[in-house]
Design a binder for this molecule. Sequence first.
Ligand SMILES: Cc1cc2nc3c(=O)[nH]c(=O)nc-3n(C[C@H](O)[C@H](O)[C@H](O)COP(=O)(O)O)c2cc1C
Length: 385
Amino acid sequence: MLFSPLTIGGVEIKNRFVASACEDNLATEDALLTDAIVRKYHRLAKGQVGLIISSHLSVHPWGRTRKYQLGIWSDSMIPGQRKIVESVHKESGKIVFQLGHAGLSASRDVIGRSPMGPSTDESPMGDDSIAEVINAFGKAAERAVEAGADGIQLHAAHGYLINEFLSPFFNHRDDAWGGSEENRFRLLREIMAAVKKALPERMALLVKLNAHDFTKQEGITPGLAVNYAKRLAELEIDGLEVSCGTSSLSPWKMCRGDIPVQEIMKHVPESRKLKVQQLLEKMRENCTLEEGYNVEAASMMRPVMGRIPLFAVGGWRNLPAMEQAIVEGGTDLIPLCRPLIREPSLVRRFGEGKTKSASCTSCNRCLIAVGSNLPVRCYYRGLPA
Ligand SMILES: Cc1cc2nc3c(=O)[nH]c(=O)nc-3n(C[C@H](O)[C@H](O)[C@H](O)COP(=O)(O)O)c2cc1C
């Protein structure tokens, strides 16, 4: 089953493996392409990954997560995006661009202003800036078309802007953009409408959605996520990737496994060290990696999704478990992020019958690297001092 093809939207994928979106800190400070980025995608395509989802591409200069994130907010970025697509198509791979706006998680230093969100004291978004963001997604989709991508994925997960509007934890508005489920969904609905206008029939429209925000007070929880999935199915998306956690408030739920406490402690001021260490040690117990840890939530969404491909990201490491999940209908595809950072040719290896589990230990040093502006690769042996 893992090596059987599947069609998503009009896009035929040769096997069930997906390279889940992975920021790499490999762009220039101007958010432009580098050769290292092209090499990354070429390696994945050569490694026989059926569908590659690009790193989170910022649709707006105020939506940047960090300094070396790749952008898609200007036409001058199209030639770079095209090079990525060509490097994947050369190896008969398929690539979808992940479009996003970091909202409150945007880097203040990088964007040079306070980050925007649905309900911040400093910078709650007005109708004009909401319209600007919707327009920016539409324009970014046009650029993805120009660049020859096979589709786009809207990043509505991990506590970024779209997630913030969807989540009652972040969104306290009482206007047309908040206050009810319908209103909190409105931003995503309008963005969908804007990008659909740009996308030709041949391209797939995917969404990455949180099934659980794991915020202090209730945000998106699986029950609400099912309702959102139903709305997305009614809008005829071509595929839904199910994730959880937020990059700033609950990263260890998003990327389960170990918490690299020692590395984190290096950045904590002396006065707070003891408290932070105790907190991290406690969190560690609740973040252990389970194979396919979003499958249960995805299964709740299955009945409302009909025949639309549904895929649960997170924790896939062993081939028999992946095969079983596909056979049982827990997930239609196997998205992999950290395992492919360590072994970009993992899928090819599996295909050759070398079925030893992925060698990624989920140590999560790659995640610390993202936040530290280091190029993303496997830092299992330790981050630079
Ligand atoms: C280094 C790193 C970068 C990531 N970048 C993105 C990203 O750009 N967009 C996104 O939706 N998720 C991103 N994620 C989350 C992954 O796509 C995935 O949801 C998560 O790592 C769990 O899957 P895994 O167990 O296969 O690693 C990132 C994760 C890591 C570790």
